[in-house]
Design a protein around this ligand. Sequence first.
Ligand SMILES: [Zn+2]
Length: 66
Amino acid sequence: MPASPSTGTPGEQPKHLKPGDDAMPGTPGTGEDLCEDCGGTGIRKDGSECPTCEGTGRVIHGIGGG
Ligand SMILES: [Zn+2]
């Protein structure tokens, strides 16, 4: 089988913003919060994956100010 030069590192966090994120995870002044659209379950009322948090149930929100 062909060798893959880069397959990614298992366990590495994906570096992208979800629709419900205010900023990248780890950004100063922000923190993880429950997704308001699904109440932190990651599943919407119709049983589908919540697009706001991409099924994680958590989004990044700015802390204070606003
Ligand atoms: Zn959600």
